[in-house]
Design a binder for this molecule. Structure first.
Ligand SMILES: [Fe+2]
Length: 226
């Protein structure tokens, strides 16, 4: 073994040790964002490590309250960090009973962590692409999994794992979650549960970096996105 591969092995050992120490580090949100920037500063992203980072952050309202902006009628998406164009990190605020449409993730990784309250995630299989003379055949989406996520839980989905809907099941408590999408996307698809019909949907931000956007932008939101 030459010196450079020995060095590479030693470096990788140190890196793995640091990574295995992460759950005990107790990152702040600012530190988490810095660690995420480091993790994405490479050609090949280790998405397991990204999930580990998201898990290692312990939710602290002091860190994220400036991003937690609610709308009375629908859940909101509030941009926290643009990850040098490699990922978007955002805080989603779910009022009592608020939920998303069934949606895909535009070929991106999606890592979601609960910051406060509880969210219910329902996963569905992609509709099959059967066609009749008048277009795609109607087909109810098949539910494949239901998960309840509590504060600090992390879950992961990408398009190869199906579609999902996220809801705040509580009628008395709001819920807040932290989402990372990589690469960032501005359009995804939403699906009708009964027919499997698919529609494009633009995704927008209710606020950016803790600042509310103007009302026109806020009101131009797709009826249901995420
Ligand atoms: Fe999602």
């Amino acid at each position: 073994m030459d010196l450079s591969s020995r060095e590479a092995r030693a470096y990788s050992k140190v890196l793995n040790k640091l990574r295995s120490d992460l759950p005990d580090k107790g990152l702040t949100l600012v530190e988490l964002i810095q660690e995420l920037h480091n993790a994405f500063d490479t050609d090949v992203v280790d998405i397991d490590y990204v999930q580990k980072l998201m898990s290692s952050y312990r939710s602290n309202p002091q860190d994220w309250k400036k991003y937690a902006k609610f709308d009375r009628y629908r859940y909101t998406r509030n941009l926290v960090d643009e990850g040098n164009g490699r990922f978007n990190l955002m805080v989603l605020c779910w009022g009592e009973g608020h939920g998303s449409a069934i949606h895909d993730h535009a070929d991106a990784h999606c890592v979601m962590k609960i910051l406060q309250g509880e969210l219910r995630e329902t996963r569905y299989a992609w509709p099959s692409t059967e066609y009749t003379d008048s277009g795609p055949e109607d087909q109810e989406l098949r539910e494949i999994e239901k998960n309840t996520l509590c504060t600090n839980d992390v879950c992961y989905i990408n398009d190869s794992m199906g579609l999902h809907r996220v809801e705040n099941p509580s009628t008395i408590n709001p819920a807040i979650s932290l989402h990372l999408y990589s690469p960032p996307f501005s359009t995804c698809s939403i699906f009708n549960q009964k027919t499997g019909q698919r529609l494009p949907c633009k995704v927008t931000f209710w606020s950016k970096y803790g600042e509310r956007r103007n009302r026109e932008i806020q009101e131009n939101r797709c009826p249901e996105d995420n």
